[in-house]
Design a protein around this ligand. Structure first.
Ligand code: XIL
Length: 326
């Protein structure tokens, strides 16, 4: 019998969660839950460019250092998140990038990988590169052209020769024209990178599930996963959580629906051998990025394994059983 998620070691797949050092340090119950359930953690914000270097002359690695020390002390792995992400690129860097000088990106990679690389087995090298049409027209795309993804991966490989290099993106789960197009767009990018022999080891599927987007269908999701695996790539579920749709139901019913969605998703995903593990985007509802600002009590979105008081919910049991069975 596996107790808790049992760090999911026995099942060969990892379980992890996104965390912030200040939240772990300030909340013993959260820290206990992380140590009980997780064999891996992802810094929710501390390793993003704007967190590490808010201005060219300010380098603020403290919280990421603290998180890595916590991981070392407790034998946790750390996913590196994220070297390039449009949304976390500080204005000063965007301005420098617009001058089309790759040295800005290279220096950023050298700084981050130089500082944390020894502890990071897996990097999200490019986060959210695609949209429904192809590559998203980010600052990086505009400055360096479509090759920037390959260039980022090549630079990362040079600086982190042993780490697994990953492209991470979202909205691949549901049956609608936008997500159909996003799946196709993502697969096109992966195939091109493969064809050009660019160093890429895996993909991250964020998996922000949403109870307002209709039913999850195996016929949609499984072939997408197979297509990724057929390219020889590993798959990590990197940011799992569930956005609720109807907050007027009883708490029990809401929690049941969230757990059911997670079960349905994992039942499909865990059948794909290329899937190496699952990370949720936080553990407790009180820290979820999905919360509308100021939401409290019954208005909190309940899309993570623990409630705001760190009591486990059915979603945790759904994860535990699917990871144990895998
Ligand atoms: C989010 C964090 O959870 C927020 O606290 C922060 O303000 C913005 O970023 N996709 C990602 C994550 O890859 O980095 C995002 O995290 C959520 C969406």
């Amino acid at each position: 019998m596996l107790t808790p998620i049992d760090r999911s070691r026995t099942a060969g797949r990892y379980f992890g969660a996104a965390v912030r050092f200040d939240q772990i340090a300030g909340n013993e119950r959260l820290r206990d839950a992380v140590l009980r359930d997780c064999s891996s953690i992802t810094p929710e914000i501390h390793m993003k460019w704007d967190a590490l270097r808010p201005s060219p002359d300010r380098w603020t690695p403290g919280p990421a250092d603290d998180l890595i020390a916590f991981a070392r002390q407790n034998g946790l792995k750390v996913r590196g998140h994220a070297l390039i992400w449009e949304q976390s690129t500080p204005a000063w860097a965007k301005a420098a990038i617009a001058g089309a000088d790759w040295a800005v990106v290279r220096q950023h990679f050298e700084g981050v990988i130089g500082r944390f690389g020894d502890d990071i087995l897996e990097w999200d090298v490019v986060n959210e590169p695609i949209d429904a049409h192809g590559l998203r027209e980010t600052t990086f795309f505009k400055a360096y052209g479509p090759d920037y993804v390959a260039r980022a991966l090549t630079t990362a490989r040079e600086l982190a020769p042993r780490a697994k290099l990953v492209i991470n993106d979202y909205s691949f789960e549901y049956d609608n024209p936008v997500e159909d197009a996003r799946r196709a767009s993502f697969l096109r990018l992966l195939r091109e990178l493969r064809r050009a022999d660019v160093p890429l080891d895996g993909v991250g599927l964020q998996a922000h599930l949403d109870l307002g987007k209709g039913a999850l269908r195996r016929e949609t999701l499984a072939p997408f996963l197979t297509a990724i695996a057929d390219l020889g790539l590993e798959i990590s579920v990197t940011e799992l959580d569930v956005r609720e749709h109807d907050l007027s139901l009883s708490l029990a019913e809401r929690d049941r629906r969230v757990a059911e969605e997670v079960s349905r998703y994992l039942d499909i995903v865990m059948d794909q051998p290329a899937v190496t593990g699952v990370t949720t985007w936080g553990l407790s509802d009180s820290h979820s990025w999905l919360q509308p600002s100021g939401a409290r009590g019954a208005n909190l979105n309940r899309g993570l394994p623990y409630d705001a008081a760190l009591a486990p919910k059915p979603m945790r049991e759904a994860l535990r059983s699917r990871l144990a069975a895998a």
